[in-house]
Design a protein around this ligand. Structure first.
Ligand code: UDP
Ligand code: MG
Length: 314
């Protein structure tokens, strides 16, 4: 019998764990030719999420609870779950019921026809603010444009991946993990299904605008060197105009047609402009340096404190 693994990263989701479990049960009824493995990852929640997971794991042997030692973040928590799976296919889904478990059947159907990755594309997003939708739209297009890997737009982490993609992900040791990009990078046969993203069932989003900004910077710097290349082009562009300006000034000086007093405005403009551009690109270099700093430390991506469930591997 083939095994389907479902991975659910949870941070402060005590009110969502049980409803999600029920929905998954309902949705997977039609997949009775598969053995199910449901992995809840508790990412250092400050509420009773771990307790809720334990309750379920005690009653249903298909459930595993991975309890991380602290809050590591959405992507590391998902990584922990994916690493632990044994399934022939792995489905990654949010705990807050924003990704409808009912779409799982469609994903599995596509996978059965030979695809390695079936990602969910958001038709619409309900119950999210205008600003969140707008920033998300911009983010997906920016990363799509900047990256050499073809990362599909409006696609979150809700997806099915085959065992060989899981094994490929395990070979990617990077610390700053942008899973949807990494999955795209692996290649194989990828396809999509469409779904409507629901409002959160309970609780609040853990992605503040600050975290989203950080996430976007991480995504771009780990998947594209475009900002660094941009520095070169901006440099060439500015140098070109600078040389023209220098030539003009020298010419005026030599022909004695230079104004003596005026020029204050142009000086300030040039100084401020160049100062700004230089600081900006210093920041860009800093971002990549910070990335390398985290990578060379070679720390583990997450730490497991406890494992709940009879299904545990060791
Ligand atoms: N999450 C996590 N660790 C974190 C933040 C979030 O495991 O530090 C989980 C969260 O429980 C949810 C998923 O990641 O299952 C997506 O988070 P959220 O719903 O807050 O993000 P949004 O859907 O608003 O983008
Ligand atoms: Mg959510």
């Amino acid at each position: 019998m083939k095994i389907l693994s479902i991975v659910i990263p949870c941070y402060n989701e005590e009110k969502n764990v049980k409803p999600l479990y029920d929905e998954i049960n309902l949705a997977t009824k039609r997949l009775d030719t598969y053995k199910l493995e449901i992995i809840f990852v508790n990412d250092g929640s400050r509420d009773n999420t771990a307790g809720e997971i334990k309750k379920l794991a005690d009653t249903d042997h298909r459930i595993v609870g991975l309890i991380l030692s602290r809050n590591f973040g959405h992507q590391p928590a998902s990584t922990a779950g994916i690493d632990y799976t044994t399934g022939d296919a792995v489905i990654l889904i949010d705990a807050d019921l924003q990704d409808p478990p009912s779409a799982i059947v469609n994903m599995v159907k596509k996978w059965e026809t030979g695809f390695d990755v079936v990602y969910g594309v958001r038709n619409s997003r309900k119950g999210e603010s205008f600003l969140k939708k707008l920033t998300a739209k911009i983010f997906y297009r920016l990363i799509h444009f900047a990256s050499n890997t073809n990362i599909p737009v409006d696609t979150g982490d809700f997806r099915l991946i085959s065992r060989r993609v899981v094994e490929a992900l395990k070979q990617m040791p990077e610390r700053s993990r942008f899973i949807r990009g990494m999955v795209s990078w692996t290649g194989f046969n990828q396809t999509s299904i469409y779904y409507d993203r629901n409002p959160r069932y309970a609780g609040e989003t853990n992605y503040t605008y600050r975290k989203m900004f950080r996430f976007a910077i991480d995504a771009i710097t780990s998947f594209s060197s475009a900002p660094l290349v941009m520095a070169t082009w901006v440099g060439i562009f500015i140098s070109f105009f600078s040389f023209m300006f220098i030539a003009k000034l020298l010419f005026q000086k030599l022909t004695n047609t230079a104004y003596v007093v005026s020029g204050w405005t142009s000086m300030i403009v040039v100084t401020l402009f160049l100062g700004g551009v230089q600081l900006f690109f210093l920041g860009v270099i800093g971002e990549y340096l910070a990335r390398m700093f985290t990578e060379v430390k070679q720390r583990p991506i997450y730490l497991i404190q406890d494992i709940y469930g009879q299904n545990k591997q060791s």
